[in-house]
Each structure stands twice: as structure tokens, then as C-alpha cells.
Design a protein around this ligand. Structure first.
Ligand code: NDP
Ligand code: 2IT
Length: 446
């Protein structure tokens, strides 16, 4: 009965949004976990919760025209998907990457509903973005794009309505330009974005939060196996915001990070990655990771991304992008002795890869649980903005740490309660979903 309900809703989503492969993947993965919950709570089907939770409350798609440095008019497509506001204002990042389309933003927005629910903070789920590519653009071009993007988006967001933040391609620079344009258009100075600079309302630890949080989550999984990060070899894909601070925290706990990557390829440094150099290359100079191997003798650069999973390691933290770790990669990781995978990125493992990890019974933390530290700290930034106060680094870090411990505990307990002990995919989906479903029922059919 419950599985018929689930297949019916999955089929409706596929029919309504043909060709949106990533969105279908995310919906299927979450809904397939929910069968025992729907069996036990009949009012979920009666209230049409699955039909409603898979349909965004609002989708805004808009033109973003801007003028490049050569004086030529460029046009990108901007969007914001306000997916679910049962638990609070829509909350989620803005992705700037040429691959952005409605499927990608919808999958991210859908995942965000359950992730935000797991944080225990009052935030709904949403996501936005554009197919604009910040790579190779001048600061002025990025500024003109961000101003044009916000010239439409400002109508649809507010501190208690929808609060965007960073994601791939959107960092401190882009958030600054977007904040400035919002303030100018609305003549209001308040927390309409998170990930803001520390001088204008940002929170300490937000920059580090997703990476640190991912490592805190992984630590909890390892504790259950009487293990930890000390002296472990760690492979991290990506070399952006999430990857860099996952590496920093893993190293501070005694691990050796031996590989990182970007969309061009990966570096393997058996002596341990020199993170200061990665930060300089990526955060300051915006260069390619291949430059690392030119400066460090012990490092080898290999073109292409998927090979990174062939490097033997104890712990893998995929922190670049969706579907970057496939079945072959997962099998190789397990064969080479990897005992823990915690996802810094959103949906980096394909469904086949997830199955390999679950079947092998290694510690596996899905993105919506393991990378929730970023949005959780965004929630803390919103709290500080509302109070007009700034908390210290240690205070925010301690709160983040506690939230990640709680998410792990919550997912673990839900997995146990619904008869799949140790399966944090089911646990995170069930726990994240139940809270939203109960509130949607309380709010009536809207
Ligand atoms: P950044 O833009 O800072 O870095 C992204 C990194 O991933 C870069 O190294 C980039 O390489 C690589 N990458 C991006 N797209 C691809 C691709 N198609 N193939 C291979 N590599 C790619 O983004 P973040 O670090 O912020 O985001 C990384 C992941 O973490 C994303 O999945 C994001 O959704 C997720 N996430 C981010 C949070 C945050 O707070 N920032 C919070 C929770 C999750 P290159 O430079 O060559 O493009
Ligand atoms: O995927 C994510 O959780 C983010 N990009 C962060 C969202 C946020 O609002 O901080």
C-alpha cells in the first residue's frame, strides 16, 4: 500500500518534470526510504503530504542581462525555487555554474527541506542559481552580473521570507555584491543573505562551517566504531569552500589529507597536502589545482576527476558536486580499505555507489546530514542578525559541533526505530521528513 503510494508520486514527478534527472534521483532516494513511515502514519497519505512536498511552493525564473568588459550584452538565466516553508523562511544557497538548470536547482531545493529540518532550526527549504560562470570573469563582470541577478531577486526575498546564501561559485565576493544591491534597491539593512562578510553582519565560523561540520559528523560515525581521524589518510574531492575547511579540520584532528581536486583533475601528495598553498591558489589567486603540483615536488597531478577514488585511503569526503562518485569508484574505495565516507557535497554519490557503501556496512553519512553544518551556521547567522549581536568564534563553533552531534544521533535513532539500524540514509530521510510532514499536517492543506 505505502509502496504503491510512493511509486505513484514518483511517477507523477517524472511525468510533470520530464528530463529532470537529478530531481528525479533526489525524490526517488528520499521517498524510497519512507515506506515504513507511511505505513505507520496513515495521515501522511490522507493529507497528500508526498504529492505536496515534491511540488515546489513557488518557482521563479528570470532573465539576467549584464554587460561584459568588452561592452557586449550577455544574458543568463536566474532562478529561485522556494520549495517548502513549513518550518520557516525558505533557506538555501545560490549556485553559479554553467551546468545550472531547473533539475539541478530543484534537486538541491528538495534536499534542503530535509537537511534544514535535521538542523533543528526553524528554516524551510529553497535553492537558487544561474548558469553564469564566474570562472575567468573580472571582478567588475561578476559585480554587474550579481547586481542584475539581485535586481530581480530582491522582490522575492526578505529576512523572514527567503534567505539565500553561497553554494558552488557563490562565495564572499558574490554575496557582498548581492547584499549591496539589495540594500540599495530596498533601502533596508538586514539579514537577507547569509555568508555575509564579518564587517557587515556575517557570522564567525560560517566560512568554515560546512567542512568543519562534515568532519564533526564523520567523527561521530567513527566514534561508534571506536575510531577517529588521528593518523588516518583522507581523500577529499574538490578544493572549494567545503573541501578546504574539511581538510583543515581533519588535519587538526591528526589526519593526513593526501588528495584534493577541481573540475580539471586531482593532486595526490603522499606527504600530506599543504593547505596554505591550496588556500592561496584557490581562495586568493583563483587558479587551477594543477598549479599545486608545479610548486610541490612530492605531488602528482592527474587529469580527470574520477581517478581520485582509486587512491587508497581510510576516509573519503566527497566535497565537489553531484554524482561525482559512481559505483566503480565506491567499489574501489571499499576494496582499498576505506571505512568511512561523509558527504560534504550534495548528492555526490550515485545511487549505485550508495548501495555499495550500505552493503559493505562502512560508515556512510549522506550529504543532507553530513553537510548540514553550513546551513545550520547560516541559521546561527540569522539569529545573531535578529539579536543585532555577534557571537565569538568558539561560541559558534561549539553550537555547530553540538548540532552535528545531534543530527548524527537523530538519524541513528530513526534508522534504529524503523528497523534499519546503521543506515543513516534512511535515518536522515525519515527524521528530516517526519518533522516537516507533521507541521504540514498542522498547517492544513496549503
Ligand atoms: P566552491 O565553488 O567553493 O567549490 C566547488 C569545488 O568543486 C571546486 O573545487 C570545483 O572545481 C569543484 N567542482 C564544481 N563543479 C564540478 C564539476 N561539475 N565537476 C567536478 N568538480 C566540480 O563550492 P562549495 O565548496 O561551496 O560546494 C561544494 C559542494 O558542497 C556542492 O555540492 C555544494 O552544493 C555543497 N555544499 C556547500 C555548502 C556551502 O556552505 N558552501 C553547504 C552544503 C553543501 P572548479 O573550481 O574547477 O569548478
Ligand atoms: O547546500 C547547502 O546547504 C548550502 N549551500 C548552504 C545553504 C545556506 O543557506 O547556508
Amino acid at each position: 500500500m505505502s509502496s504503491q503510494y510512493i511509486s505513484r508520486v514518483v511517477e507523477t514527478v517524472k511525468k510533470r518534470y520530464p528530463g529532470e534527472a537529478e530531481f528525479h534521483q533526489a525524490v526517488t532516494e528520499v521517498l524510497e526510504s519512507l515506506s515504513p513511515v507511511i505505513e505507520k502514519n496513515k495521515e501522511i497519505e490522507q493529507a497528500g503530504i508526498l504529492e505536496r512536498i515534491t511540488e515546489p511552493e513557488r518557482q521563479i525564473i528570470f532573465r539576467v542581462p549584464w554587460i561584459d568588459d568588452a561592452g557586449k550584452v550577455q544574458v543568463n538565466r536566474g532562478m529561485r525555487i522556494q520549495f517548502n516553508s513549513a518550518l520557516g523562511p525558505y533557506k538555501g544557497g545560490i549556485r553559479l555554474h554553467p551546468s545550472v538548470n531547473t533539475s539541478i536547482i530543484k534537486f538541491l531545493g528538495f534536499e534542503q527541506i530535509f537537511k534544514n529540518s535535521l538542523t533543528g532550526l526553524m528554516m524551510g527549504g529553497g535553492k537558487g542559481g544561474s548558469d553564469f560562470d564566474p570562472k575567468g570573469k573580472s571582478d567588475n563582470e561578476v559585480m554587474r552580473f550579481c547586481q542584475s541577478f539581485m535586481a530581480e531577486l530582491y522582490r522575492h526575498i526578505d529576512a523572514d521570507t527567503d534567505v539565500p546564501a553561497g553554494d558552488i561559485g557563490t562565495g564572499a565576493r558574490e554575496i557582498g555584491y548581492m547584499f549591496g544591491q539589495y540594500k540599495r534597491l530596498k533601502n533596508i539593512y538586514h539579514g537577507i543573505l547569509t555568508g555575509k562578510g564579518l564587517l557587515y553582519g556575517g557570522s564567525l565560523v560560517r566560512t568554515e562551517a560546512t567542512g568543519y561540520g562534515c568532519v564533526y559528523f564523520c567523527q561521530e560515525m567513527l566514534k561508534d566504531r571506536s575510531s577517529g581521524f588521528d593518523k588516518k589518510n583522507v581523500v577529499i574531492s574538490g578544493s572549494g569552500n567545503v573541501a578546504i575547511y574539511a581538510a583543515e579540520k581533519a588535519m587538526s584532528l591528526g589526519a593526513k589529507v593526501i588528495a584534493m581536486s577541481d573540475s580539471g583533475g586531482y593532486i595526490h601528495d603522499a606527504d600530506g597536502i599543504k593547505l596554505d598553498l591550496v588556500k592561496k591558489l584557490k581562495e586568493v589567486e583563483r587558479k587551477r589545482i594543477s598549479e599545486y603540483a608545479k610548486e610541490v615536488k612530492s605531488a602528482k597531478y592527474t587529469e580527470g576527476c574520477s581517478g581520485i577514488w582509486t587512491i587508497p585511503c581510510d576516509i573519503a569526503l566527497p566535497s565537489a558536486t553531484q554524482n561525482e562518485l559512481d559505483e566503480a569508484g565506491a567499489k574501489t574505495l571499499v576494496k582499498n580499505g576505506c571505512t568511512a565516507v561523509a558527504e560534504g557535497a550534495n548528492m555526490p554519490s550515485t545511487p549505485e555507489a550508495v548501495k555499495v557503501f550500505l552493503d559493505a556496512k562502512i560508515a556512510y553519512g549522506p550529504g543532507k546530514a553530513a553537510n548540514a553544518g553550513g546551513v545550520a551556521t547560516s541559521g546561527l547567522e540569522m539569529s545573531q542578525n535578529s539579536q543585532r549581536l555577534s557571537w565569538s568564534f568558539d561560541e559558534v563553533d561549539a553550537k555547530l559541533h553540538r548540532i552535528m552531534e545531534n543530527i548524527h544521533e537523530t538519524a541513528k535513532n530513526a534508522a534504529k526505530e524503523y528497523n534499519t539500524p546503521g543506515n543513516l540514509v534512511n535515518g536522515a530521510n525519515i527524521a528530516g521528513f517526519l518533522k516537516v510532514a507533521k507541521v504540514m499536517i498542522a498547517h492544513g492543506v496549503i
